[in-house]
Structure formats: structure tokens, C-alpha cells
Design a protein around this ligand. Structure first.
Ligand code: ADP
Ligand code: MG
Length: 405
């Protein structure tokens, strides 16, 4: 895989006159037209800065949310362009479309060291199309913005959060232009590689979040390797149900009960489930809550966080761990009455002393929203799905394609 060092060989001005297309991950949460968590924008700055300083004419492609392959103002990258310019400390031209006439003009008018952000690539159906030809055609249009290989065009893959997708701006584009791995993708892969193979022990994995089905494959592949698997969040109720407990109106995936039973049969001694649960009748910020034993969740109530006894047990399992991977909040941390479990476990993850890796968009957002020190963690991954698929041992199309010459 060629790196940015290979692209920027000769230092300052090395890329003068060349147009470089960068796939960044700028998929951040928005609310009322503003960016509520800019972690991914910040993570994209180092590569953009290096390219700008090398004199490149930088074209940034990115997606936001899941629009249906056509322009949709609710998913415009416009607020992201503003924040990017602010954090980058230089102007960012924002294109109103992806690969139209006006974008071609903007791209050719770029001067050395200038940055152009294209509108959401998912406004074009070709981006995510299952049809190879349709995807390829959109990638060709994106590549055209750089002038192509003959005019010095190049592609830098820096969107770790998207490398598990076989999309035009992630995968097909690398087949058309000389391609380089961005520093963010390189660093993410290096850290996650330390979690596979022979991780330092004890190795503890903490899983939470909303769905067991999302994390089934990762449980399957990690269970043989880990020393302890701590399960909280919405997914713990399917495990509790597998043990024969009633879970009231808590999140439950009945079709996953058999799988959870199998995990408990095969590796019950490694799996730690919560023993107390914070329940409420409704999911709201002013709900009245009760903490009760996990085996006694009454009908008509929902389990929305793990209780203090569980936090203490999870923290004890995490103390002294040499490798920790955490994905998925322990409760509905977005609402204050249900945030304590996630906060307590996050603190224990940070305090574990070994390599601690946080994966998952909501988990990373929780770390920042709950006011925890981001520097206390070894690594906060920008990619949820991508980090899970990597740990499952799946090939990441956006990475595999970079290996091709
Ligand atoms: P990540 O993005 O970190 O991978 P997920 O997307 O799997 O995490 O899950 C995050 C969501 O899970 C959060 O929005 C949180 O509110 C929700 N969640 C956590 N615990 C519960 C629970 N007990 N009941 C319902 N939802 C929950
Ligand atoms: Mg999520």
C-alpha cells in the first residue's frame, strides 16, 4: 500500500499544480443545522493539512447519513463545510453538487493549497449502487475532477468509517487513479491489528448498544480469543432471556435467543452479564427510575441502563486488563437518568491501564458527550461498522483495493 509519504516525497510544494481527491469521513451527527459532535471532522484534519501544505489542490469527497441517492437538504454537507473551514483554519469552497458542470469548473479553478468540499456523494445513486457499471461511472466522474492520472490526479483513502463499503468514492475510484492510504486509515488499521492475533492478556471485550444481531458475528469471532466478554446495553436482554428470565418491555430480539444460549453454553464462564438494571415505564428524560435485580424485571417496564452493582462487576473485570475493546453504550446514555452505566464503564475502560480501544460511532460520541477525557483512551476509532468487520476478520473492500497496483 502506498502512503502519503510516497505521494508527498519532496516536502513543501511537492504537489503544486496537482489535484488530489481525498475520501474523508465527515459523517457527523447534526441537530438544528449544526454539528453536534465534530470528532470525525477533527480526525480528517491531519491528512488535509499535509496535502494543503504540500501545495496540492484538494478535492474532498464525503457522505452524510443515508439519503436515497438524490439531493436531500436534510443531508447536506453544508454545515460540515463551515466547521471544516473553522477547524482547518482556512477557507473551504463548498460545491452544491457532486460531479456536475459547476463542480468541474470549481475543480479546474482550484489553486495550489486550496480546498474544495463536494456535496454529499450519496446524493448520486451511483455511489452506493449494487450495479458495478453504475458505480464505476460515478467514480469515473469523480476521477475526472482531478484531471485524471495524466494530469497528476491522485486519490487518498482516509475515510476509515467507510472502508467496509464497496462504494464508488471508496472502492471504484481507487481502480481509476493512483491511490494512497491516508494517515487515519493507516493508524486505525495498526491499532485494530493489535486486537487480533496475539493480544496482550487479559483481553476484555465490552459490548453494548442496541442490537445483538449487529454484533453477532463479532461475538462469534472474538469469543474464542477473549478472556472476558462483558455484555450490557440493549443487547443484554436477549442474553438474560436466553437464561430464562423475563425482560418486561426491554429491547429483545427473540430470533437471537438461540444464538445467545449457544454462546452461554460454549463460553458461559467468559461472559459477564449485568446483575442489576435501571428500569422505567417510559423512555424520557424525566422518567422515574428504579434499580432492580436483572432477574426480576417487571412486566410493563423497560431496562434502559445497567445498575451500579453491574458497573462495579464490569470495572473489576476491566481492572488490570492489558487489552480492551469496547463497542456499544451500556444504556440510553443520551438521556441523563440512563447515562451512569455507560459513564462508569467508560471510566473503567480508560483506567484499565493497557491498550484501550473504543469502536462505534455512538460509543465515541458517548465518551465526548459524558465529558470523559478522550486522551485517557488508547484509541477512539472513527469507524463503527468498519472496526467490527475488521475484527470479524472480513476483508475491507476500501482497504483491499489499495493493495492493488
Ligand atoms: P455504536 O454506534 O457505538 O456501535 P450502537 O449503534 O450499537 O452503538 O448502539 C447505540 C444505541 O444503543 C444508543 O443510541 C443507545 O441509546 C442504545 N441503547 C443502549 N442501551 C439501550 C437499552 N437498554 N435500550 C434501548 N437502547 C439502548
Ligand atoms: Mg451506532
Amino acid at each position: 500500500m502506498k502512503t502519503l509519504d510516497d505521494l508527498i516525497k519532496h516536502g513543501g510544494g511537492a504537489l503544486n499544480g496537482r489535484r488530489v481527491l481525498v475520501r474523508s469521513d465527515l459523517n457527523v451527527p447534526l441537530s438544528d443545522g449544526g454539528v453536534t459532535d465534530d470528532g470525525r471532522i477533527r480526525a480528517s484534519l491531519p491528512v488535509l493539512t499535509r496535502l494543503v501544505e504540500a501545495g496540492a489542490r484538494v478535492i474532498v469527497a464525503a457522505h452524510l447519513g443515508r439519503p436515497k441517492g438524490a439531493p436531500d437538504p436534510a443531508y447536506s454537507l453544508s454545515p460540515v463545510a463551515d466547521r471544516l473551514a473553522q477547524l482547518l483554519g482556512r477557507p473551504v469552497d463548498f460545491a452544491l453538487d457532486t460531479v456536475g458542470e459547476s463542480e468541474r469548473l470549481l475543480a479546474t479553478e482550484l489553486k495550489d493549497g486550496e480546498v474544495l468540499l463536494l456535496e454529499n456523494v450519496r446524493f448520486n445513486a451511483g455511489e452506493t449502487s449494487k450495479d458495478d457499471a453504475e458505480r464505476h461511472e460515478f467514480a469515473r466522474c469523480l476521477g475526472f475532477l482531478t484531471g485524471g492520472e495524466d494530469e497528476g490526479g491522485a486519490f487518498v483513502e482516509d475515510a476509515f468509517g467507510a472502508v467496509h463499503r464497496k462504494h464508488a468514492s471508496v472502492y471504484d475510484i481507487a481502480k481509476l487513479l493512483p491511490h494512497y492510504v491516508g494517515d487515519l486509515v493507516r493508524d486505525e488499521l495498526a491499532v485494530l491489528t493489535r486486537l487480533t492475533g496475539e493480544p496482550e492478556r487479559p483481553y476484555v471485550v465490552v459490548l453494548g448498544g442496541s442490537k445483538v444481531s449487529d454484533k453477532l458475528a463479532v461475538i462469534e469471532s472474538l469469543l474464542p480469543t477473549v478472556d472476558r466478554l462483558l455484555v450490557g446495553g440493549g443487547m443484554c436482554f436477549t442474553f438474560l432471556a436466553a437464561q430464562g428470565h423475563e425482560v418486561g418491555d426491554s429491547l429483545l430480539e427473540p430470533d437471537q435467543i438461540e444464538n445467545c444460549k449457544r454462546f452461554l453454553d460454549e463460553a458461559g464462564d467468559k461472559i459477564v452479564l449485568p446483575t442489576d438494571i435501571v428500569v422505567a415505564r417510559e423512555l424520557s428524560a424525566d422518567a422515574s427510575t428504579q434499580t432492580i435485580p436483572a432477574a426480576e424485571i417487571p412486566a410493563g417496564t423497560k431496562g434502559l441502563d445497567i445498575g451500579p452493582e453491574s458497573v462495579a462487576a464490569f470495572a473489576a473485570a476491566l481492572a488490570g486488563a492489558q487489552t480492551v475493546f469496547w463497542n456499544g453504550p451500556m444504556g440510553v446514555f443520551e438521556l441523563a437518568p440512563f447515562a451512569a452505566g455507560t459513564k462508569g464503564v467508560a471510566e473503567a475502560v480508560a483506567a484499565s491501564g493497557g491498550l484501550s480501544v473504543v469502536g462505534g460511532g455512538d460509543s465515541a460520541a458517548a465518551v465526548r458527550a459524558l465529558g470523559l477525557d478522550v486522551n485517557a483512551f488508547g484509541h477512539i476509532s472513527t469507524g463503527g461498522g468498519a472496526s467490527l468487520e475488521f475484527l470479524e476478520g472480513k476483508e475491507l473492500p476500501g482497504v483491499a483495493v489499495l493493495e492493488e497496483v
